[in-house]
Design a protein around this ligand. Structure first.
Ligand code: 5GP
Length: 179
C-alpha cells in the first residue's frame, strides 16, 4: 500500500470484478443503440479504459473536461467546461462515465447542458458514489460502489494531481491534505 494512505477501500481485484459486471450490464442494455461513451476528464479515464474493454457493443468515445476541486478537497459548486465534445450527440445514446458523484453539482450541470443538445438518451455510470454528501438530486443509472464520506484517491482519482496511477482506491492520511 502507498505510504500516504490510511487504508485500501477497494482492491484491484474488487475494482476489476465490478468493472466486468458493469460492462456486461451496459453491453446488454445498449444492443442496437448508438452508444457514445462520454468520459469526464481526468478522474474517469482509468475506469473508462477498463470499462470499455468489457463493453461488447459498438461505441464511440468522446471526452469533456470540467472544472473540479483543484488542489482543495472542498467542492466549489462552480462548474466550468474546460474541454467540450468533439462530435455532436443529436440522436445518440450518451453514457456519461464519472469517477465519483459527491454533491452531484457537476453531473446536474452536465446533464442539463447535454440534454439541450438532443441526444436520444442520456445516462450516468459512476464508479463511486457518496450519497450522504448530495446537494442536488442525481441518481446514477449504473454504479460501482457506495462509499462513506472520506476523501479517496487512486484508480484515476487524484489529490493535487497525484495518486491517479494507483491500481486500487484508498483513503489518504489526513496529514497529506488540508481539509
Ligand atoms: P460533485 O460535483 O459531485 O460534488 O463532484 C464530483 C467530482 O468531485 C468528482 O468528479 C471528483 O473529481 C471530485 N471528488 C469528489 N469526491 C472526491 C474524493 O473523495 N476524492 C477525489 N480525488 N475526488 C473527489
Amino acid at each position: 500500500m502507498h505510504k500516504h494512505l490510511d487504508k485500501i477501500l477497494l482492491s484491484e481485484e474488487q475494482l476489476q470484478s465490478k468493472v466486468r459486471e458493469l460492462g456486461a450490464r451496459i453491453s446488454s442494455d445498449y444492443q442496437d443503440k448508438n452508444l457514445v461513451v462520454l468520459g469526464i476528464l481526468k478522474g474517469a479515464v482509468v475506469f473508462l479504459a477498463d470499462l470499455i474493454r468489457e463493453i461488447k457493443v459498438p461505441l464511440e468515445l468522446d471526452f469533456m473536461a470540467v472544472s473540479s476541486y483543484g488542489m482543495s478537497t472542498h467542492a466549489s459548486g462552480v462548474v466550468r467546461i474546460l474541454k467540450d465534445l468533439e462530435r455532436d450527440i443529436v440522436g445518440k445514446d450518451v453514457l456519461i462515465i464519472e469517477d465519483i458523484v459527491d454533491t452531484g453539482l457537476t453531473l446536474s450541470y452536465l446533464k442539463e447542458n447535454l440534454r439541450a443538445r438532443n441526444p436520444a438518451s442520456l445516462k450516468i455510470c459512476t464508479l463511486l458514489d457518496k450519497p450522504d454528501r448530495r446537494k442536488v438530486p442525481i441518481l446514477p443509472d449504473y454504479k460501482g460502489y457506495n462509499i462513506p464520506d472520506e476523501f479517496v484517491v487512486g484508480y484515476g482519482l487524484d489529490y493535487g494531481e497525484r495518486y491517479r496511477n494507483l491500481p486500487y482506491i484508498g483513503v489518504l492520511k489526513p496529514e497529506y491534505y488540508q481539509d
